[in-house]
Design a protein around this ligand. Sequence first.
Ligand code: UDP
Length: 322
Amino acid sequence: MKRALVTGGAGFLGSHLCRRLLADGFEVVALDNLYTGSRRNVEDLLGHPAFRFVEGDVIDFATDETFDEIYNLACPASPIHYQARPLFTTRTSVLGILNMLELAKRCGAKLLHTSTSEIYGDPLVHPQVEVYWGNVNTIGIRSCYDEGKRCAETFCADYIREFGTDVRMVRIFNTYGPAMHPQDGRVISNFIMQALSDKDITIFGDGSQTRSFQYCDDLIEAFRRYMELPVERIRSFFAAKGLGAPVLNTGNPGEYTIRELAEETLRQIPESKSKLVTKPLPSDDPKRRKPDITLAKELLGWEPKVPLREGLAKTIAYFRTR
Ligand code: UDP
């Protein structure tokens, strides 16, 4: 039986990944410090004979066990959470990946590192392609996350060059779905929670900024396809594309303004008495974001299948049960 370690395994995406790995026949260890993750997300798995939950931190997790695959998802990812503890966020990104790279090197494991569209900052290239280097503030309120994730990519690239470690990186664009924390603070969970409780729907700025929203199942499918590929195929693919390391955008290229998202949320919760209100735009808030997923399509034969309307309906159904 193959063994997988999922850091951030009790988080929104980590818990979906654990479920998928178990279904794919893996023995799974989920590591989480429960800062933003929750035991509730993996409660249904606790009795599973091939699943183990370890409460601990990715920075200093030490083990003699070996793994075939490591998925590094541990890091607060929602702006309110990562900005609440900025030093912790940078440390988690940078020291966390370092610890996982050492573990992968020792075990000879494949390592999938989850990076983010935030490494592009407030992008000057649209849609964002992997060869774009980004436009990032080093000292702003988002920098702890953006720069932490950028440095993590650098560590991955250098472990590949120095030690030949088998690392695969994904830059995740906005992703949503069931198991998101109701107080996550991100736009989709905020709008749904507000609409369900008849509170004002808070649009930051004028709502003309855009995002592209990917349903969680689509992303997990991309992870698994990427991990299944032979390392030689990955190395030759990225070398031919002129990229110094294997890094893939994963997101849904459908682009919506935040105001459109608010309107669609209200359409799907017709009983809501909520009104749209505007609030000041947080600093460094990117104006446009949309992934170019040409590389992922070509390498993985993958593209997102769940349109926003359908994914939103599933997510609303989940939040109604909470
Ligand atoms: N946003 C909003 N209202 C909210 C939460 C977020 O208008 O209650 C906006 C936010 O300013 C940003 C976009 O929605 O432009 C996406 O924000 P989110 O925090 O989900 O993720 P980001 O893409 O900024 O990391």
